[in-house]
Write a protein that binds this ligand. Structure first.
Ligand SMILES: CC(C)(COP(=O)(O)OP(=O)(O)OC[C@H]1O[C@@H](n2cnc3c(N)ncnc32)[C@H](O)[C@@H]1OP(=O)(O)O)[C@@H](O)C(=O)NCCC(=O)NCCS
Length: 223
């Protein structure tokens, strides 16, 4: 495995970091879909709907089409919250990264580079209206290319944010993740983040299959 290094974002990283972020997030849609398929209600729907159709019509082709149609609808429903989130990010802070993270002293954007290639990213900015005091940084957009995972890159990127928050005099760092994102939750908890809030994720037109977990890391004040 090639070693990696962390450096600040540069303008030529723009399309790569956006692609890594979007790919990492859309993978969570697959996790959400699997989670949805394991729900008893989903099981009943997939079995009952096409089954009833078969009993009434006697057509196995029709019931197979109904099953495929239901699966497609469930996939779109599982994907929706993540595609919505990605679209929003790509058209706001991830559109003008320089303005959002580079020009502001309290914000920053880092990439992990390996073999001359950007393989991961993370950023930090002042937390706004996120259930904590005013002097917290928010960690966001953490993502690592699938083929470079398991090498400690996300851990180092997160530690970079903690160090930045320390240097900038923040009281701590907060972040939000999906309850079903177990790799990320394990990473944050192993670094000392603790869950302080949980809220159902329920935007319009979305199934309530997961919640949002709020984590924080409080930095000790040097006196
Ligand atoms: C979550 C993610 C950032 C982890 O990146 P990574 O570089 O593979 O993570 P690291 O190698 O630094 O792992 C550090 C720790 O995280 C946890 N972890 C990482 N991947 C894990 C997995 N698949 N299963 C369980 N724990 C995992 C472990 O505690 C690990 O420590 P260990 O190796 O000593 O057990 C990566 O899987 C990713 O990009 N996922 C998609 C985007 C995403 O979910 N981002 C977080 C949004 S809040």
């Amino acid at each position: 495995m090639a070693p990696f290094q962390i450096r600040r974002y540069q303008d030529q990283d723009w399309s790569t970091v956006r692609a890594i972020f979007a790919k990492g997030m859309i993978q969570l849609a697959v996790v959400n879909f699997r989670h949805l398929l394991k729900q008893p209600g989903t099981f009943l729907l997939l079995l009952g709907g096409p089954g009833a159709l078969y009993l009434f019509s006697g057509s196995s082709l029709l019931s197979l089409l109904a099953l495929l149609g239901l699966l497609a609808i469930l996939w779109l429903a599982a994907r929706h919250p993540f595609s919505h989130y990605i679209n929003h990010a790509l058209h706001t802070d991830m559109w003008d990264i320089r303005a959002s993270y580079v020009n502001d002293r309290g914000s920053c954007f880092w990439v992990a580079e390996s073999g001359g290639q950007v393989v991961g990213l993370v950023c930090a900015r002042p937390a706004q209206g996120m259930l904590v005091g005013p002097n917290y940084a928010e960690l966001l957009r953490l993502s690592v290319r699938p083929e470079h995972r398991g090498q400690g890159i996300a851990k180092t990127l997160t530690q970079t944010v903690l160090q930045f928050a320390r240097e900038k005099g923040y009281d701590g760092v907060i972040l939000v993740t999906a309850s079903l994102n177990y790799p990320a939750r394990r990473l944050y908890e192993s670094l000392g983040f603790w869950k302080f809030h949980e809220a159902p994720y329920s935007p319009k037109w979305s199934l309530k299959t997961f919640s949002l977990i709020y984590y924080r890391y409080d930095l000790p004040h040097s006196s």
